[in-house]
Design a protein around this ligand. Structure first.
Ligand SMILES: *[C@@H]1O[C@H](CO)[C@@H](O)[C@H](O)[C@H]1NC(C)=O
Length: 138
């Protein structure tokens, strides 16, 4: 049997899966590592968002990536997207900031979050422009 997997390998894989499950379930680990989604954090100048709300640079709001936002848009009307108004917590470098979903980011990849300047400034220096974040809905 050329391709047989040894008992030791199976035991090792099962053991790793168990450890991973325990680590994932631990609230302490979760808090340290941040949210369960990840992507790039960027910022933009909010205006009239896809959810139909008028925002500005001081608003604590985000635009979710189109591939994450669009599946929750019913009948092609983004104003009625069920993620509109949803709370979000973003983690970066030991810091976190809370905001609200009010817009859609057409150029973002799944997991990316485009933030208002006020939100971005809370967790990073604007000169950084693009930062690796993790996040969760809250
Ligand atoms: C900015 O938008 C927020 C809502 O996100 C609003 O409460 C606030 O009044 C606006 N500020 C200005 C200066 O328009």
């Amino acid at each position: 049997m050329k391709f047989s997997i040894s008992k030791t390998q199976i035991i090792l894989v099962v053991f790793m899966l168990i450890i991973e499950t325990i680590v994932d379930a631990s609230p302490i680990t979760k808090r340290q590592s941040g949210g369960s989604h990840s992507g790039d954090g960027t910022y933009f100048n909010p205006g009239l968002g896809a959810c139909g709300e008028q925002d500005n640079d001081s608003s604590m709001i985000v635009a979710l990536a189109a591939p994450d936002f669009d599946p929750s848009t019913p009948n092609g009307n983004p104003n009625k997207n069920t993620l509109c108004g949803r709370g979000i917590r973003i983690y970066y470098n030991g810091k976190s900031v809370d905001g609200k979903v009010t817009d859609r980011c057409p150029e973002c990849k799944s997991g990316d979050v485009d933030m208002s300047p006020a939100m971005f400034d809370t967790i990073a220096d604007p000169s950084q422009g693009r930062i690796p974040i993790t996040w969760d809905f809250i």
